[in-house]
Every structure is written in structure tokens, then in C-alpha cells.
Design a protein around this ligand. Structure first.
Ligand code: NAD
Length: 293
């Protein structure tokens, strides 16, 4: 029997990178004991340091009290072994790199180590949830919980329902996302879900417009910000997400949906040149010390 919302007291986050540390942050803020595991030694501790910095910023901005920051930090533990991190847990959220085999391998271990009633969730942004769920004995308890970056700021969570997901697991994921202060939407297990599919079409078209000299990257971004009220333009967003990440998703969606997702040459060239966006210092913009140059 699946845990209830009230029973979700311990949350295991697998992968402490861009998304994992943010997920750990928001779960701790609503009172969960969080175990943060990463396969790379030191990565969970680095994730914890990032959470501390983000919480400090929250205190500076008056959004978080110093007591709440300290309490949230006190609830997060870096755990060095995956099976130990899943022992007696209530919810496991996986945020390892976007590779199906890796996710299946992780859930194989999680499935054996976590209680049978724990809810399992993957933060994949594009892989079929059914294929990931097939790696566990009871696929019905595994759903997609697709958070957005930065997790402690962005309000959307796509809860992704594959064909054999238990209705109770979907409802629990929706309820927990709400508890986190997010707005969940429920999406069928289809390529790119709702947000990646639509967001990528805009991003790829913006890149084609740069290629064709229609306007500069900055002007295209301004068009979407001022003309459509987007908080950020599609090319700046691409720099934040990572050009390599967007290329991978575009290639996958080209196969899964069709040629409207064919990656533009400018995207391939930039990735080949190591221009991956903010994380490498250059993408469609130049970045210095984490800020646009
Ligand atoms: P990332 O590369 O920043 O972090 C992944 C972390 O997983 C790394 O710290 C890595 O050491 C760790 N890892 C690798 N193998 C592992 C294993 N076997 N066990 C535990 N940890 C392992 O990646 P990310 O951007 O956080 O993406 C993680 C997932 O979230 C992907 O599925 C991605 O598609 C999805 N996602 C990313 C974004 C985004 O904007 N970056 C947004 C939504 C969803």
C-alpha cells in the first residue's frame, strides 16, 4: 500500500546536480527529512553548499527567516550509499543524467532498497516514464515529477502519468507537489510531455531565426519578453538549460515526434565547439561569473 501524503516524512533525492539539490531544498523547506545521494564523491556536499547559498539569499531578500533556513539545512543529510539513502524512505525522487539505462539501473537499486509503499518519481525531462517504470517490480508506483530550474523558484511541476501508473501514485505526486508550494499539471506519458515539447519548438525556431539573420539573439529574446510576456527569452533560457541538454532533447523528439524538432546547425556547431551556455561561459550569450557579459 502506497504511503499517504501525511506519511511522506523522509525523502530521498538521487543525484545532487542542478535539479537534485533544488529538489532537496524544497522538500526540506516543507519539513521532510531529506537524504541526498550522488554517485560522485563530494557532489552531495557541494549540493548542500548550494542549498545553503540559496537559502542565505532567501534570508537576505526577506523571503525566508534565519530560523527556517537553519531548520531546512538541518533536515538534509548527504548519504554516501544509494541503498542506505533509500532505507525506510517514503518518497524517492531521481535526478540523475538524462540516460534511460542509467535511470533504470538507479531504480533497480532503489526498488530493492526502498519500502514497497514508497512513491517513486523521476525528474526526467523527456524520457518515456513507462520505460523507466519497467525497471521496478511494481511500475504502478513510479510517476514523473518534472521540476523546473531553478527548483526553489519555479512553480511548475509536470506530473507524468504512464499507462500503468496507479491513480493513487499520480494523486500523491500531485498532492506532494502542491505541498511544496508548486502548481502541478498532469500530463500523459508522451514525448517531451507538455512543457519540453512546446518550449523546445520556440527555442529551436529562435535559433533558426539567428541562423537566418532575422534578428540578433538579444532582440529575439526581447520580442518574446515584451511581445508575449515571457519572463525570459528562448535563447537566454537555452543558455541556462545548456545547449547540449537542448540538443539531446531535440534529437530525441525528432525521432519521437518528427522533423519540426530537427536541431538547427547553429546549435550543433556551438555544442561541438564546447559553447554549452552559462555553465561553459558561452552559448548564445557570453557569461562571466554566472552573469550575462
Ligand atoms: P546534472 O548533470 O546537473 O546532475 C546530475 C547529477 O547526477 C550529477 O551530480 C551526477 O554526479 C549525478 N549522478 C550521475 N550518475 C549517478 C548515479 N548513478 N547515481 C546518483 N547520482 C548520479 O543534471 P541535471 O540538470 O540536474 O538533470 C538531472 C535530470 O533532471 C535529468 O533527467 C534532466 O533531464 C532533468 N531536468 C533537468 C533540468 C535542467 O534545467 N537542468 C530541468 C528539468 C529536468
Amino acid at each position: 500500500m502506497l504511503v499517504s501524503l501525511e506519511q511522506i516524512q523522509t525523502v530521498t533525492v538521487v543525484g545532487a546536480g542542478t535539479m537534485g539539490h533544488g529538489i532537496a531544498h524544497v522538500c526540506a523547506q516543507v519539513g521532510a527529512r531529506v537524504r541526498l545521494y550522488d554517485a560522485i564523491a563530494g557532489a552531495a556536499a557541494a549540493g548542500l553548499a548550494k542549498i545553503a547559498r540559496n537559502l542565505d539569499k532567501g534570508v537576505e531578500l526577506g523571503k525566508v527567516t534565519a530560523e527556517a533556513r537553519d531548520a531546512a539545512l538541518g533536515r538534509i543529510t548527504a548519504v554516501a550509499e544509494l541503498a542506505a539513502a533509500c532505507d525506510a524512505t517514503d518518497l524517492v525522487i531521481e535526478a540523475v543524467p538524462e540516460r534511460l539505462e542509467l535511470k533504470r539501473e538507479v531504480f533497480g537499486v532503489v526498488d530493492r532498497a526502498a519500502p514497497a509503499g514508497a512513491l517513486l518519481a523521476t525528474n526526467t525531462s523527456s524520457l518515456p516514464i513507462a520505460d523507466i517504470a519497467a525497471s521496478v517490480a511494481n511500475p504502478g508506483r513510479l510517476v514523473g515529477m518534472h521540476f523546473f530550474n531553478p527548483v526553489h523558484v519555479m512553480k511548475l511541476v509536470e506530473v507524468v502519468r504512464h499507462a500503468s501508473a496507479d491513480a493513487a501514485a499520480v494523486a500523491l505526486a500531485v498532492a506532494y507537489a502542491e505541498k511544496l508550494g508548486k502548481t502541478p499539471i498532469t500530463v500523459a506519458d508522451s514525448p517531451g510531455f507538455a512543457s519540453s515539447r512546446l518550449g523546445l519548438v520556440i527555442g529551436l525556431e529562435a535559433m533558426r531565426m539567428v541562423e537566418q539573420g532575422v534578428a540578433s539573439a538579444a532582440d529575439i529574446d526581447t520580442a518574446m519578453k515584451l511581445g508575449y510576456g515571457h519572463p525570459m527569452g528562448p535563447l537566454e533560457l537555452t543558455d541556462l538549460v545548456g545547449l547540449d541538454v537542448r540538443l539531446g532533447i531535440a534529437e530525441y523528439l525528432t525521432g519521437a515526434i518528427g522533423p519540426s524538432f530537427t536541431p538547427p546547425q547553429v546549435l550543433r556547431d556551438k555544442v561541438a565547439a564546447g559553447k554549452l551556455g552559462k555553465k561553459s561561459g558561452e552559448g548564445f550569450y557570453r557569461w562571466v561569473d554566472g552573469k550575462r557579459a
